[in-house]
Design a protein around this ligand. Structure first.
Ligand code: 5GP
Ligand code: ZN
Length: 150
């Protein structure tokens, strides 16, 4: 896990490492991904160091999706023809979940063809399906006041 001092995205926020900026606000920075998986692949990050989503205060999370939405629209991805143009919003947490840079970031990945962009595998988990009701009850207990009222 990197600290803020040796974090590549904190260095980008500080201006110590260059990036191609798209949108900047006091709490959020969006820029082009250096190794795009599709044309227009962009990253949106909170200006607060933390490796995973749960490490980031809520106020630094609030703009991430609205900024991604603005870039999606500017990129011409707001075409309501789901068979030809789409996009994926991806946010990886942990090495086991494909995270490489340990500073929270949201990917905006255009999907205009099958050859580029995100490929998603969705293996089914029969064990999880069997346990879903039990797990739901456990989660409701742990969510406490945040739990949905039945
Ligand atoms: P992760 O796998 O952690 O979700 O994705 C990290 C992303 O950060 C990758 O898409 C990678 O190309 C991008 N990235 C890594 N280093 C840099 C950098 O120095 N500048 C920019 N613009 N993107 C970077
Ligand atoms: Zn950082």
């Amino acid at each position: 896990m990197s600290s803020a001092a040796n974090c590549i995205f904190c260095k980008i926020v500080k201006g110590d490492i260059p990036c191609l900026k798209l949108i900047e606000t006091p709490k959020t920075l969006a820029f082009m991904d250096i190794q795009p998986t599709a044309s227009g692949h962009a990253l949106i990050i909170p200006k607060h160091h933390g490796a995973m989503l749960h490490n980031i205060p809520d106020d630094y999370l609030q703009e991430l999706l609205p900024v991604a939405k603005k870039i999606a629209i500017a990129s011409g991805l707001d075409v309501n023809d789901p068979n030809t143009v789409g996009y994926n919003i991806l946010q990886n947490n942990g090495r086991i979940a494909h995270q490489v840079v340990d500073h929270v970031h949201v990917h905006l990945i255009p999907k205009r063809d099958q050859a580029t962009g995100l490929g998603v595998g969705w293996p089914s988990d029969a064990g999880a399906a069997e346990r879903v009701k039990e797990l739901h009850a456990e989660l409701l207990k742990k969510l406490g006041d945040d739990a949905a009222k039945m």
